[in-house]
Design a binder for this molecule. Structure first.
Ligand SMILES: [Zn+2]
Length: 216
């Protein structure tokens, strides 16, 4: 089982990846989390990544690919892996393809979580954060008992600038520009399967499990 999940912010692929990696007994390789952990642990690659982050620069693709390579050498990755959040661009996909070819573990499927933009905006702008304790809620999927008030500490809930509609639409636009060519790239290799990412979480999980078995 060697799979990558692609999807815009708010598509819910992180939740699905966590649950399905457990069900399939393969490691869930979330590159964003891995990067933060490597930096916190102070590994050689973590220190290299931190040097870029401290300058406000993006961590280069080859550093992330090297981190993935290191992770895939762990014994638990022998039966496969689930990549979440990588690749996002064609150069990243090319680097990943070279790495996986070198270790004889090519991708078998790329599953794209398709969610309409209005739904993504609704999900991403619904987050409310407590000024007091930092606890986060969602106006639709996880509302506080009293509107605008934190269940945990009674503090005031507010919307972060990152979650405002204009910022969210911007992030989605950037994602679309980068990813549309990537979807075509994987489709041309016969790897892409699209899954509808709306509806109850259990239904989406079933669709993803079917897609993992289906020939693209
Ligand atoms: Zn609070």
């Amino acid at each position: 089982m060697r799979i990558a999940f692609l999807g815009p912010p708010g598509a819910g692929k992180g939740t699905q990846a966590r649950d399905l990696a457990r069900a399939w007994s393969v490691p869930h390789i979330a590159t964003g989390d891995m990067l933060r952990e490597a930096v916190a642990a102070g590994t050689a690659l973590g220190r290299e990544a931190k040097a870029y982050m401290d300058r406000g620069a993006l961590v280069p693709d080859d550093v992330i690919i090297a981190m993935i390579a290191e992770r895939l050498r762990q014994p638990d990755a022998r039966s496969g892996f689930l990549l979440d959040g990588f690749p996002r661009t064609i150069p990243q996909a090319e680097g990943l393809e070279r790495l996986l070819k070198d270790i004889g573990q090519p991708l078998e499927r790329v599953i794209y979580f398709d969610v309409a933009e209005p739904e993504l905006v609704r999900r991403l702008t619904g987050r409310r954060v407590c000024r007091g304790c930092g606890h986060s809620f969602h106006v639709v999927s996880n509302p506080p008992r009293r509107e605008g008030v934190c269940d945990a500490c009674g503090g005031e809930l507010y919307q972060r600038v990152d979650d405002s509609e204009s910022t969210v639409r911007n992030r989605l636009g950037v994602y679309r520009t980068q990813t549309t060519p990537l979807l075509e790239w994987y489709a041309a290799r016969g790897l892409l399967v699209t899954v509808e990412g709306e509806g109850p979480i259990a239904d989406i999980a079933r669709r993803v499990q079917d897609a993992a078995r289906r020939r693209p």
